[in-house]
Design a protein around this ligand. Structure first.
Ligand code: SME
Length: 175
């Protein structure tokens, strides 16, 4: 009996999460429609996800030369440089696929920008040539936050972003 109740609760939670994501996806779709500036798009996408879903840290790392460089984000300050294949972000870049980490302490080589972060999802953003041009990194201060629902909707969002981020290689760097 208890089990059935628990399952019902989980189902309800999942539906609520899907509903939130459905609204978020259509909000993002209209927010970025026709926009071509990568910084503007990534900034608003990070803010929309972060404040709708209530995550701990939400942001982009861009592929710049041979590393990931911090991009627009919401949340506390974070590490600026991540090498290829390192940490959760570098691994998602190397594998060119979404990585879900239920417990960051169990992920070998996890890069801890904050001790508050307990679980994480990293979704690649693909350019028109199908290579990874950025990753969307989201951290939660709770364990086991991310599941297949998050993967589905966040991958959908990253596909929308892809259309708008062809120009960050030409962004000026600070000297
Ligand atoms: N934890 C990430 C580093 C980025 S921060 O979480 C914002 C990683 O292991 O790649």
């Amino acid at each position: 009996m208890r089990r059935i109740t628990d399952r019902k609760c989980n189902c309800k939670k999942m539906n609520m999460k899907s509903e939130k994501y459905e609204q978020l996806v259509s909000q993002i779709r209209s927010l970025i429609e026709g926009e071509t500036d990568a910084v503007a798009v990534m900034s608003n996408v990070a803010a929309a996800i972060h404040h709708t879903m209530g995550f701990w840290w939400t942001g982009f790392y861009r592929v710049v030369s041979d590393e990931l460089l911090l991009g627009p984000f919401q949340g506390p300050v974070a590490c600026m440089h991540i090498p290829f294949g390192k940490g959760v972000c570098g691994t998602a870049w190397k594998m060119a696929e979404t990585v879900i980490v239920p417990d960051v302490e169990q992920f070998p080589g996890h890069i801890a920008c904050s001790s508050e972060s307990k679980s994480e999802i990293v979704v690649p953003v693909f350019g028109s040539d199908k290579t990874v041009v950025a990753v969307l990194d989201i951290d939660s201060e709770k364990l086991n936050t991310f599941d297949e629902t998050d993967r589905k909707y966040l991958e959908e969002i990253c596909k929308l972003v892809k259309l708008n981020v062809g120009n960050y290689c030409s962004m000026p760097l600070l000297k």
